[in-house]
Design a binder for this molecule. Structure first.
Ligand code: ZN
Length: 502
């Protein structure tokens, strides 16, 4: 390895270390911190964001990247060195576009805003959150201008989470499967009494929920020697290294879904991080390549595996034994149907597989309109409810169940939502490719074996970290780009069966 490459690696590692230390503070904020910590924590994170940004935009780093690029020119595209240079150069150019004062200000405001939002949501009080949200959208618009775009400010934002994606492309992908979703949801609406999730809303002891969920995700392959699980209001996955991956969940004693499927979901994210190659750890190449690809992993384990008939043919007897008396009147087939209940309802994170992407489409359209000014922040509650009603045929009775439900905007995460829907689409494209290589996967899942699938994901996706962009990775795996057709076909087959549609 050349001298400049070595120096560059050292420099980048320090920036990664800072980022990971900030992630520890972020994890603590969500999992452990008392309310009083909110303001000092916002300041601490802002200070660190400033230092990190200064390092990531220093002239010295720019010179090192240039020098190292000369040393690795001609290196194999797939090599760690060539990939490191590509990613370092991209990150550097992106960071250089954002002034340090802007980054510090955004970090400070969004850290504070999350507390304001949480209170507003609890009190159904949009007005108390409105001024901060206005500031956040204003800053986001500035950020988009700093980053630069050709067609729509949204392009600059989504590019941060899903490199190369644009608003126009998202709209095309969404429009290509929206009618099929609406049609299937309507058909199910005619016979919605055929399936009910009542059995999931019985009383489930929380400690036992935890035990069962941990057992499942350990079987999936989440490595507890290199990770742990805690409780937080909003489940998430973060990591400070591939060898220290944190996932969180939440429990309700009268509703089994959030902890059970939430744990599978976060474990899917966690296994992606744990599977990133050791050689990439502590470098900018470590970890998931994009949010869409990340979500493809969580959704695959949660839905394609975790909500499959095969999985429950294996896991149901164990679940039933864990909760004596609770499931005595239910067999595996009706349990399978109940976990696949389709319901038009207000909360995105509780949405079923079929309606989920519609929730995202609503947010995507609103974000675009907020950025262009077509919708004002003060109009949001009204516009949200109107559009929600157009999409779903039901109207949120308050803002807690409407515009205040998601943490994202308070955290400055705008342009982020579409990656959830793209992840759903990718989950099926990747799964189908794995299945073509290993037709035995479903029968293995039905006997509680997950290593063939996990190994395939490891070698085709996880180990590469950020070496390939989402588009490059998808091209390598599927020979094409994001395509909603396989996901729609999967939904049609699954829910036609679950609801006995003709
Ligand atoms: Zn997720």
């Amino acid at each position: 390895m050349g001298e400049k490459v070595q120096q560059l690696k050292t420099q980048l590692q320090q920036i990664s270390d800072l980022g990971n230390a900030m992630a520890v503070l972020g994890w603590d904020q969500e999992v452990m911190m008392p309310e009083g910590g909110s303001q000092p924590r916002a300041r601490q994170l802002s200070t660190m964001a400033r230092i990190s940004h200064q390092m990531a935009t220093s002239e010295e780093l720019g010179d090192l990247i240039e020098g190292a690029a000369a040393e690795v020119s001609g290196a194999d595209y797939d090599s760690d060195e060539a990939a490191l240079l590509r990613v370092a150069k991209h990150d550097y150019e992106q960071n250089m576009k954002l002034p340090v004062d802007f980054v510090a200000k955004l970090t400070q405001i969004t850290s504070e805003a999350q507390h304001v939002w949480a209170k507003a949501r609890a009190n159904d009080d949009f007005k108390s959150f409105e001024p901060m949200l206005e500031q956040i959208f204003e800053l986001t618009r500035q950020g988009a201008d700093f980053l630069g775009y050709t067609d729509h400010p949204y392009d600059a934002l989504i590019n941060q989470y899903e490199r190369g994606m644009t608003a126009a492309e998202v709209a095309r992908i969404f429009n290509a499967h929206k009618p099929a979703l609406i049609e299937l949801i309507a058909a199910i609406g005619e016979v919605e009494d055929r399936v009910s999730d009542a059995v999931l809303r019985r009383e489930y002891d929380i400690d036992t929920q935890r035990e069962f969920g941990l057992w499942v995700i350990e079987k999936f392959g989440f490595d507890f020697k290199r990770g742990r699980q805690d409780i937080s209001t909003h489940p998430f996955c973060t990591n400070f290294s591939r060898n220290d991956v944190r996932i969180t969940t939440r429990f309700y004693k009268d509703y089994l879904n959030p902890s059970l499927f939430g744990m599978m979901h976060e474990a899917g994210h966690g296994m992606y991080e744990q599977g990133s190659a050791e050689s990439l750890d502590g470098t900018p190449l470590a970890g998931g390549t994009s949010l869409g690809v990340h979500e493809s992993q969580s959704r695959m384990w949660e839905n394609v595996v975790g909500r499959s008939r095969g999985f429950w043919s294996w896991a149901y007897p164990e679940l039933r034994a864990k909760f004596p008396g609770v499931l005595d009147d239910t067999d595996v087939e009706s349990f399978y149907k109940s976990i696949n209940t389709v319901k038009r309802q207000f909360i995105r994170v509780e949405a079923d597989e079929l309606t989920y992407n519609l929730h995202i489409m609503l947010r995507f359209e609103l974000e675009c309109d907020l950025l262009t000014g077509a919708v004002k922040v003060s109009e949001l509650p009204q516009v949200w409810n109107d559009r929600f009603e157009q999409f779903f045929g039901i109207r949120p009775p308050n803002d807690t169940l409407g515009v205040l439900q998601d943490v994202h905007w308070s955290a400055g995460l705008i342009g982020y939502f579409p990656t959830y829907a793209l992840g759903n689409l990718l989950s099926m494209q990747y799964y189908n490719t794995a299945l073509a290589a290993h037709p035995e996967i479903p029968s293995e899942v039905a006997s509680g074996k997950f290593d063939t699938l996990l190994t395939w994901l490891n070698s085709n996706i996880h180990q590469h970290g950020r070496k390939y962009t989402s588009a490059e990775l998808t091209q390598r795996i599927t020979g094409g780009q994001i395509d909603p057709a396989p996901y729609v076909a999967y939904l049609q087959e699954k829910f036609t069966d679950v609801y006995g549609l003709g």
